[in-house]
Design a protein around this ligand. Structure first.
Ligand code: IPE
Ligand code: IPE
Ligand code: MG
Length: 239
């Protein structure tokens, strides 16, 4: 594929699993299972397209409002993905996995899987895959602000020294570039608390396809749209 300009960092809101299942007369959990499959394929395709960072929204801080059965099924699928990625070390040697979000309320078992996989993949070079799990953009800012307030209290930070860069450095995505492109399938036109600080100058692509049906073709179509955008960052000429 001809590519004029390629995003370094892509964010994807993996939405539409429930509707995908409903259309087929299946339980919502079947939609999440199909969504997990689509995620595996997209990681491979992003690697193929030489995308350096991929952040996927897997579970929001608001998703706890869902029935326990559904929450448990999503957590189980995440655990399975982590196990599988850990076991297939060879296939995944170009993938560095990071979980972004508040892991504190997750089960001890899931936290241990996360710790092991992050440790195993931390030096992998190729693509960094951030899985946003119990992630909320506002919650992320609350955590960051608390950390900075503590430094001020300890006398190691002056309020005047707070800069945009410093705030970025206390977020889960510290040291990573901001997302250039954010894709939301499923037809919804909102961010739903995803990367709200980091998305200040992101390009958005909204698509009508439901997440389990999202594949290489859809990703390439989004990349095509991105390549046609003119990013100015407030200036009068494209960057
Ligand atoms: C996204 O699909 C997955 C999560 C939010 C965990 P949904 O479950 O939100 O699917 P719809 O939006 O109900 O179709
Ligand atoms: C956003 O989808 C969260 C994830 C995809 C994980 P939701 O389905 O939770 O978003 P809303 O409720 O439609 O805004
Ligand atoms: Mg949804």
């Amino acid at each position: 594929m001809e590519q004029k300009s390629l995003p370094k960092h892509i964010g994807i809101i993996m939405d539409g699993n429930g509707r995908w299942a409903k259309k087929r007369g299946l339980p919502r959990t079947a939609g999440h299972k199909a969504g997990a499959k689509a995620f595996r394929e997209i990681v491979k395709h992003c690697r193929k397209r030489e995308i350096e960072y991929l952040t996927v929204y897997a579970f929001s801080t608001e998703n706890w409002k869902r029935p326990k059965e559904e929450v448990d099924a999503i957590m189980k699928l995440l655990g399975e993905y982590l196990d599988e990625a850990f076991q297939h070390e060879d296939e995944n040697k170009e993938i560095c996995v990071k979980i972004i979000g508040d892991v504190a309320p997750l089960s001890t078992e899931l936290k241990e899987k996360i710790r092991k996989l992050e440790e195993q993949t931390k030096n992998n070079v190729g693509i960094t895959v951030n899985i946003a799990l119990n992630y909320g953009g506002r919650d992320e800012l609350v955590h960051g602000v608390k950390a900075l307030a503590q430094r001020v209290k300890d006398g190691t930070l002056s309020p005047d020294a707070v800069t945009e860069e410093l705030i970025s450095s206390v977020l889960y995505t510290a040291e990573q570039p901001d997302p250039d492109l954010i894709i939301r399938p499923s037809g919804e036109l909102r961010l739903s608390n995803f990367l709200i600080w980091q998305a200040a100058y992101s390009e958005f692509v909204f698509m009508d396809v439901l997440w389990p049906d999202f594949g290489a073709k859809e990703l390439d179509a989004a990349l095509e749209q991105y390549a046609g955008r003119s990013r100015r960052f407030g200036d009068i000429t494209a960057k």
